[in-house]
Each structure stands twice: as structure tokens, then as C-alpha cells.
Design a protein around this ligand. Structure first.
Ligand code: TLP
Length: 376
């Protein structure tokens, strides 16, 4: 059997049908607004999320930094959760590129402390930066924020005339978990970034959606950071295909994640960080007789299973199911975990590593992902 890659849903490959659709895409120069495939993708994205307009960008990271640039002026502050990807895994681009100061609030799973957000909104005072933005991530590390919480944040933001941006890299996973259309989630925020290059299995790209004037500003921001492309319809076609054909199947990934978690829970030294696996991502906490995360990841790799081990030595492993991982792969991965654990501990002390509870979770091959705070 081929490698079972559970590091991320970013590793998904386009299907033969998606590739064929990409090959046939009508193309033009998108800087002139003349790429029909990109125009179609943007229109479809805006429509699916119930927003006025959309902009195709090469990556989620670029979509997020362009959102900072479009909503904030240099020196403004954006409030986000302490596990936010924008804070932990985007090379400080909010600060460095957009000049935005991030102010964090406590976070449990995807849920932000709304009272802490209220207290963090700056009064109008020449000493203070201006609070320009509230930043939510949905889902965050596989956790889904309930819609009532999103509604409360949205209301708070409106009371203070502050905009809300959602890092919805996997918003369709959240929509699947909540059983609502993505537009129902997006209705609570001003703008959303979502990726077609993750569980939706397109090879490249993300969309920024929001009001028309925001997207007009975002076009300038995208140009500034070098993300305006030419005949990029050839890649955008993958995204267009994905929105039409890959959204409904996300439920399978969630089923597979639940099956994987249920099997792993039974193995010695492994605990799943949540009772209820809602989407395609969860974390394992290791304790003796399991070895360290690094050693376990290495043993799994030797046997053809890839996973994300905490970089800072925390006893934590991230697992992600996605297109290309079938039930048989889940079952085989469970067998391989059992074999790797049977080799015993490597003498590590439990609980070593981060004392803040927010380690980056990765092995050498996986880009970092912060661990949710407050996970059991
Ligand atoms: N996340 C990647 C890594 O960077 C950790 C992953 O494997 O999960 N927002 C969220 C919530 C993300 O998870 C990611 C990517 C991004 C933004 C950035 O997207 P890209 O990788 O397209 O720049």
C-alpha cells in the first residue's frame, strides 16, 4: 500500500477529472480582469458565501495578509484568539507586511472569550492603537465555533463599529459539521478567506470574499504583495471544479477522522484531545508507554504513515484526513500505530515540552500548526 499521509489536507492531489477540467479552462490576463475562469471562480465563491465579491489569491496566507491590509491601517490593532493561524503560522505577516498589531484573547477549541474581546477593544484615546478588526478562525485546529458564539462576536463588533474577518481556510468543513450552508456562517462576518487547496483538493489557491469596496482594496493589496497573476485560470479551474464537486464529500473525511480517533483511543498511551471529532483534524496526546511524538512519528514514517509531531517536544501529534484517504487506509494506519507502539517507550518524560500549551505541531515535513489551547 502507498504512503498514508495524515500530515495535512494540503497534500491532496487533483483528480483526473479536475485535471481535465483545468486543461480545458478558458484563459486570459487576470490583471486586465480578462481571465474568464478566474472571473467565474470569483463569482461562484462570492455567491456560495453570500458576499458581494471575491478575489482569487495564490494562498491562504496571502488571503489573510491582504485582509489585514484591506481592513486596517499600519498601527491598528486586530484582536484574535491565541491559537490563530494568523498569529502563529504566517511568519508575522500581519505585523511585518500590514503593520498590524495582533492582540490575543483566551481560546478554548475554536471558541474565543467574548468578554475578553469586549475588554480588549480600545477606547478612543491617543495612547492606544485603534482596534480595527476582530479576527475569527472557523474551524480552528479542527474545532468548530458554534453559530451562537459567532453571532455574539458579530453583535459586539457591530456595537463598536469594528469589522470581523474570518480565516475560514476550511469553512466548508465547518459548514459540513454544523449542517448549514457556508453562507450561513459567513453571514456573521464581513469578510472570509477560504482555501480550495486543502480538503477540496484543488492544487493551488484561496479566495477572499466580502463587500465590493473591501475587494477593491484587496486588489491593491494583492498587487502589492505580488499575488496578481496572469493566465492563472489554469489553476483557478481546479478551484471552480472543487466548489462544484468536492464539497459534499468532506463528510467522508469527517467520518474517517472519527473512525481513526475511535481506533487510536483504544491504543496504550494515546489519548484523543476531544470526545467529539467534528471535522477532519484532531490531535493525539501521548503518555507512557507511548514514546515521544518525534520517535513515534519516525516509527510510523518507516512503516509508511506520515503525521505531524510537535516541533517543541510536546507529546502531541496532529492527524488530518482528506481526499485520497479511504476507510482501508484508516484501518491500515490503525494497525501501523499499534505496531509502532508495540516497540515501547523511549524513556521520555510525560508532559515535557511547551508549558504554554500551544506548541507548534509538525514534523520536519509539515508546516507548523498551533495546538488548541485548553484541549483535554
Ligand atoms: N495551514 C497548514 C499549515 O500552515 C499549518 C496546515 O497544514 O494546516 N489558515 C489556516 C487555518 C490554515 O490552516 C492555513 C494552512 C492557512 C491559513 C494558510 O494557508 P496556505 O498554506 O495556503 O498559505
Amino acid at each position: 500500500m502507498r504512503t498514508i499521509d495524515l500530515r495535512s489536507d494540503t497534500v491532496t492531489l487533483p483528480s483526473a477529472e479536475m485535471r481535465q477540467f483545468m486543461e480545458q479552462a478558458a484563459l486570459g490576463d487576470d490583471v486586465y480582469g480578462e481571465d474568464p475562469t478566474i472571473n467565474a471562480l470569483q463569482a461562484r465563491a462570492a455567491d456560495m458565501l453570500g458576499k458581494e465579491a471575491a478575489l482569487y489569491v495564490p494562498s491562504g496566507t496571502m488571503g489573510n495578509v491582504v485582509a489585514h491590509l484591506s481592513w486596517c491601517r499600519a498601527g491598528d490593532e486586530a484582536i484574535c484568539g491565541q491559537a490563530a493561524h494568523t498569529l502563529n503560522a504566517e511568519a508575522a505577516n500581519a505585523a511585518r507586511v500590514a503593520g498590524v498589531q495582533l492582540r490575543t484573547v483566551p481560546q478554548q477549541g475554536a471558541s474565543l472569550d467574548v468578554e475578553a474581546i469586549r475588554r480588549s477593544i480600545r477606547p478612543d484615546d491617543p495612547h492606544y492603537p485603534k482596534t480595527a478588526l476582530i479576527w475569527v478562525e472557523q474551524p480552528c485546529n479542527g474545532w468548530v465555533m458554534p453559530l451562537e458564539e459567532l453571532r455574539a462576536i458579530s453583535q459586539l463588533a457591530r456595537e463598536h463599529d469594528i469589522r470581523v474577518h474570518m480565516d475560514g481556510a476550511r469553512i466548508f468543513n465547518a459548514a459540513t459539521a454544523l449542517g448549514v450552508p457556508a453562507a450561513e456562517i459567513a453571514a456573521h462576518v464581513d469578510s472570509v478567506m477560504f482555501c480550495v487547496s486543502k480538503g477540496l483538493a484543488a492544487p493551488v489557491g484561496s479566495l477572499l470574499v466580502g463587500p465590493r469596496e473591501f475587494i477593491a482594496r484587496a486588489m491593491r493589496g494583492r498587487k502589492m504583495v505580488g499575488g496578481a497573476m496572469r493566465q492563472a485560470g489554469v489553476i483557478a479551474a481546479g478551484g471552480l471544479y472543487a466548489l462544484d464537486h468536492m464539497v459534499e464529500r468532506l463528510a467522508e473525511d469527517h467520518d474517517h477522522a472519527r473512525r481513526l480517533a475511535a481506533g487510536l483511543r483504544k491504543l496504550p498511551g494515546l489519548a484523543v484531545d476531544r470526545d467529539d471529532v467534528q471535522t477532519n483534524i484532531f490531535f493525539l496526546h501521548l503518555s507512557p508507554p507511548a514514546p515521544s511524538a518525534k520517535v513515534l512519528a519516525a516509527r510510523l514514517r518507516e512503516r509508511g504513515v506520515l503525521c505531524g509531531a510537535a516541533k517543541d517536544g510536546s507529546p502531541i501529534i496532529r492527524l488530518v484526513t482528506h481526499y485520497g484517504i479511504e476507510r482501508e487506509h484508516v484501518d491500515r494506519a490503525l494497525e501501523i500505530f499499534a505496531e509502532a507502539l508495540a516497540e515501547g517507550t523511549d524513556g521520555h518524560r510525560p508532559g515535557t515540552g511547551s508549558d504554554a500549551g500551544t506548541p507548534e505541531v509538525t514534523d520536519e515535513e509539515v508546516p507548523s500548526t498551533p495546538q488548541p489551547v485548553g484541549a483535554a
